[in-house]
Design a protein around this ligand. Structure first.
Ligand SMILES: Cc1cc2nc3c(=O)[nH]c(=O)nc-3n(C[C@H](O)[C@H](O)[C@H](O)COP(=O)(O)OP(=O)(O)OC[C@H]3O[C@@H](n4cnc5c(N)ncnc54)[C@H](O)[C@@H]3O)c2cc1C
Ligand SMILES: Cc1ncc(C[n+]2csc(CCOP(=O)(O)OP(=O)(O)O)c2C)c(N)n1
Ligand SMILES: [Mg+2]
Length: 588
């Protein structure tokens, strides 16, 4: 952590243009951009940058694998709304970042990744640890730079920050050759400011389109708001809520939209899509108007596009023109920042009587929405649903939950009822196993005041478990819940449903996770019964440091409902009667 003297020295660079090395310019520019924490791993081609770190008030978190660095930066960005920064050396260091960069791209997360490369004079000679990382990351970054001159470093990094955050956010990579880091140049932070961001020419919302949208809302009998990740990205929670309440429109959320509209709000129907609630998907199929707010009609959301909500007119409010009519053809496109567009739209929207449609949805829901499963009879089986439900109940929903990818991720979405934006950190678009533990570390650095829970599967946890050492070295507190079903559960579920239960390569041997924690000097507990569940959750959250809970849950449970990939939204596989878990009276 930097000292006060360092802070003063760093600040001095901002008042008077000063000659600095390229390595110093990297840090000075990051300080100028407001960066306090970076996640990285050193190596030869980035050593000048590491050597200069001690002069600057930035905290560097040493990860155990560069994939961890990009996921931590990502978790930091998702939990805070700020840009996350990851640093790596050339060659294998840079390539190890790639999965995390692609994860951020698919979910529109602002990252700046800085890599060192070999000296400019030997670029392209297959030099030691040389890879063309700008070539490799071209398809998975919003933009990238190869910087070979010291005098270009500050402007490139400042531009990277602007690109990462503007319009549709995304990851940017800045690759800096070693000689550029070692050279010197005048650092002038103000002069390195990029030209102001100019929105895409299509980003002008015409009055006629707003009027058309308002008219569609006025005439609609069965409208549904589809709220996505763009709601929190654009800070449009209030505006979406006003629209819903004023026009009495029910709200369906995407996985990445969870928390952007409070789960407890009477107009919140729940999650849509492949593992969404049946009544939500049925409402979308029956709707006569969809108002898509900052969501991109992902295939996990639409199922078959040829059968998707055929009776509805569609309004799409979206910042990226490339998303309009990409998956679903819409009737009115309002291209721009969601909050700004809604602020223009709302004065045109009057109150309407939503009762008949809301009543229809309520009826279709029936008694199916068992929101509190703690009082259901204890069959002796421990289900993931019980675990998630108790974490939600005991934390009163006031935690940031960072999930991995698989069945546990879907159960988290179903049983943890998110009230606040940025309270669920999860990899949606790329579905990256191994995301949870490092992303949770990033989230904790972003929000040290918050209780942070990892919810991971036994498979995904093993992919990045090495970051337990990072937790120990950084002395941070995270609560870890491993939903241990002995399988790569989500794949096992697909094998059960679509491959005649041929469980090829999905049964999974794991280490004793409690002993693994112990090897890191961290406490842990195995939990096998529902009777022990609540006390274990309480023990973990009240422990002074990181605590690991290994939940040995029912091994062959599946996530219901499920829309088979490519099927229509209403063609759901429902929970069969044979299952001993009682989730919803309807399913029974
Ligand atoms: C195992 C698994 C199962 C899944 N099952 C489901 C499921 O059942 N249901 C489900 O919903 N998802 C599911 N997903 C997630 C799914 O793959 C997608 O990631 C998710 O649906 C995308 O949500 P989104 O469109 O809201 O977010 P994003 O993909 O992040 O898209 C956000 C959109 O908002 C736009 N935007 C950003 N900022 C703004 C702004 N300021 N103003 C306006 N627009 C903006 C962006 O341009 C983008 O088009 C699953 C994922 C996994 C791994
Ligand atoms: C890096 C990566 N490899 C493979 C997959 C495919 N995949 C999706 S879910 C899943 C199983 C996850 O198993 P586990 O972590 O135990 O979670 P569970 O589904 O059992 O809750 C796999 C292999 C993936 N999403 N990411
Ligand atoms: Mg598993």
């Amino acid at each position: 952590m930097g000292t006060t003297a360092n802070t003063q020295a760093a600040n001095a660079h901002f008042t008077t243009p000063t000659r600095l090395t390229g390595a110093e310019i990297v840090w000075a520019t990051l300080v100028g951009e407001g960066v306090e924490t970076v996640f990285g791993y050193p190596g030869g081609a980035i050593l000048p940058v590491y050597d200069a770190l001690r002069k600057f008030p930035i905290h560097h978190v040493l990860v155990r694998h560069e994939q961890g660095a990009s996921h931590m930066a990502d978790g930091y960005a998702r939990a805070s709304g700020k840009v996350g920064v990851a640093i790596a050396t050339s060659g294998p260091g840079a390539t190890n970042l790639v999965t995390g960069i692609a994860t951020a791209l698919l979910d529109s997360i602002p990252l700046v990744c800085i890599t060192g490369n070999v000296s400019s004079k030997i670029l392209g000679t297959d030099a030691f640890q040389e890879v063309d990382i700008t070539g490799i990351t071209l398809p998975v970054t919003k933009h990238n730079f190869l910087i070979t001159r010291t005098e270009d470093i500050a402007a490139a990094i400042r531009y990277a920050f602007q690109i990462a955050q503007s319009g549709r956010p995304g990851p940017v990579l800045v690759d800096i050759t070693k000689d550029a880091q070692q050279g010197t140049a005048i650092f002038d932070f103000a002069a390195a400011k990029p030209r102001p961001y100019r929105p895409h020419p299509m980003l002008r919302v015409e009055d006629t389109s707003l009027d058309q949208a308002a008219e569609l809302i006025r005439k609609a009998k069965r409208p549904v708001i589809l709220a996505g990740h763009g709601v929190s990205e654009s800070h449009a929670m209030e505006q979406v809520r006003t629209l819903a309440e004023r026009a009495q429109i029910p709200v369906a959320l995407t996985l990445l939209g969870l928390g952007a509209f409070p789960a407890s709000h009477p107009l919140n129907m729940g999650m849509m899509g492949m593992h969404g609630e049946a009544w939500v998907n049925n409402a979308i199929q029956e709707a006569d108007l969809l108002i898509a707010c900052g969501m991109r009609f992902d295939d996990r959301v639409t199922g078959s596009t040829s059968t998707y909500s055929l009776k509805s007119k569609k309004i799409h409010i979206e910042v990226d023109p490339a998303e309009i009519n990409k998956n679903i053809k819409v009737d009115v496109a309002l291209v721009g920042d969601l909050r700004e567009v809604l602020e223009k739209l709302l004065p045109r929207v009057a109150g309407r009587d939503g009762k008949p449609w809301l009543k229809t949805i309520e009826t279709s829901k029936g008694a199916a929405a068992v929101r509190d499963i703690k009082n259901l009879p204890d069959s002796g089986h421990l289900y993931a649903a019980h675990v998630i439900h108790d974490i939600w109940r005991i934390t009163a929903g006031n935690a940031i939950v960072v999930t991995d990818v698989g069945q546990h991720q879907m159960w988290e979405a179903q049983y943890f009822h998110h009230e606040h934006p940025r309270s669920l950190v999860t990899s949606g678009g790329l579905g990256t196993m191994g995301f949870a533990l490092p992303a949770a570390i990033g989230a904790k650095f972003a929000r040290p005041d918050k209780e942070v829970w990892v919810v991971a599967g036994d498979g995904g946890f093993q992919m990045t478990a090495a970051e337990l050492s990072t937790i120990v070295q950084e002395k941070i507190k995270i609560n870890i819940a491993i939903i241990n079903n002995g399988y790569l559960g989500m794949v096992r579920q697909w094998q059960e449903f679509f491959y005649d239960s041929n469980y090829e390569a999905t049964p999974l041997i794991s280490p004793d996770f409690v002993k693994l924690a112990d090897a890191h000097g961290l406490p842990g507990l195995a939990v096998r019964t529902r009777a022990d569940l609540a006390a274990a959750v309480e023990t973990a959250r009240t422990a002074p440091g990181t605590f690991l809970l290994n939940f040995l849950v029912e091994q062959e449970d599946s996530v219901y409902p499920m829309i088979p990939a490519g099927s229509a939204l209403h063609e759901m596989i429902r929970r069969p009667g044979k299952s001993p878990i009682l989730e919803t009276p309807d399913d029974k």
